[in-house]
Design a protein around this ligand. Structure first.
Ligand code: ATP
Ligand code: MG
Length: 138
């Protein structure tokens, strides 16, 4: 089933100049770029995006980091996009990520891990709608 998922090139990867290299890996893996833009999040906007983690000890660190500089949010399309992007990204902690995964190649720590990817159909739908209007998704 052709499916859409949501991804972000996070502030650490943008700062290091990895955006184009990450997009190249994503396209090489067969994803179609449906929509992408550059923007910055306020702390409150980052908190709204990661609301499921509000009770976690790392929530303040996470949302401070995600609002620390420009990001590239994007919508990707492919067969089995949600699971395949998670596979391409690798483990949350880059120290545990497999060779060839985005986090192995581009991330430096569990907090600053280069990319985000939706983890299920319902979260993908929420996340796409959080960042993109219907007219940006044709
Ligand atoms: P993402 O949702 O960003 O794609 P993920 O699904 O692999 O990452 P989650 O468990 O959803 O991981 O955690 C969201 C983000 O919170 C992680 O990507 C990471 O940046 C941060 N995070 C998770 N655990 C920790 C931790 N122990 N310390 C610091 N930051 C953490
Ligand atoms: Mg997650």
């Amino acid at each position: 089933m052709v499916q859409r998922t949501f991804s972000i090139v996070k502030p650490d990867a943008v700062r290091k100049g990895f955006t184009a290299a990450i997009l190249a890996e994503v396209e090489k893996a067969g994803f179609k770029l449906v929509s992408i833009k550059r923007m910055s999040l306020s702390k409150a906007q980052a908190e709204g995006f990661y609301y499921v983690h509000a009770e976690r000890g790392f929530f303040d660190e996470l949302t401070t980091f995600m609002s620390s500089g420009p990001i590239f949010p994007m919508v990707l399309e492919k067969e089995n996009a949600i699971a395949d992007l998670r596979k391409l990204m690798g483990a949350t902690d880059p120290a545990k990520a497999e060779e060839g995964t985005l986090r192995k190649m581009f991330a430096s720590s569990i907090g600053e891990n280069a990319v985000h990817g939706s983890d299920a159909e319902d979260t993908a739908a929420f996340e796409i709608g959080y960042f993109f209007a219907g007219l940006e998704l044709k």
